[in-house]
Design a protein around this ligand. Sequence first.
Ligand SMILES: [Zn+2]
Length: 283
Amino acid sequence: MERIIVLCLVSNCLSAVHAQTFLFSPKWGPIGYKEREEYDGTAMDEIIKTNEFQASRIIDGTTSLRDGDIAVSSGRRSKVCFARSCLWSKSVDGHVYVAYRLSPEYSEIETKLIKKGMESIEKGTCVRFVPRTHQRDYIDIQPKSGCWSYLGTRGGRQTVSLQSPDCLRVGVISHEFMHALGFVHEQSRSDRDNYVTIMWPNIWRDRLRNFEKFKTDSLDLPYDYGSIMHFGMYAYSQDGQPTIIPKNSHNSKDIKLGQASTLSHIDQMKINKLYKCGAMDEY
Ligand SMILES: [Zn+2]
């Protein structure tokens, strides 16, 4: 009898905790990502999971997130960033050096993961991440709330937030660095409607804006379904139904959207084209 009472108390406690989470979570809402055993999530799925449930959409009084993880300061127009105006400068030796400062709050293992994310960008491209010494422009990698980055270089110090441990996956780290290099999400491309169908009725209503198009320069590269910058098929789903469906009629079921941990070949090509690197095999 005693045991039954204890069990009842525990279950009462659990339901109380649950109710509290429900009542006080400002982010309570539809799932926003698909959690299924056979579904191999994308980097963006991880980011959505972290940012929707833990990070505030408003980072501070003047900065907010758009498209899920791109930091925007009020008064600055981020949409024009894909042009050449926000590129990191190129060294005379042909490399693009991105100086960084890493928060001392990260553990040794976390630091290794962040460096793996950097290596994933460096592989096959002319980008090199270097610890900051004297450089004026640099990224300041910090375990703030959520996974987010500004778009392109802004001049001076700019934060890339990689919350611990949720954002410390190689794919997520690379994804945020791609934003810092100036890339938007692949399905934000201005020509995306030729390649994917956005299933507007399935999208969580508060997040419809995350599916807006940007005026992008596609760099004459094909639409990249497998980009590390592509949303997953169920991104911001309000009812578990797909929000993005590939248009290719023959094998659309075989096309996987997004990428979990590495840059796609086209992602590497994008970097090399935007930054006018040499041939890929040089790196
Ligand atoms: Zn993103």
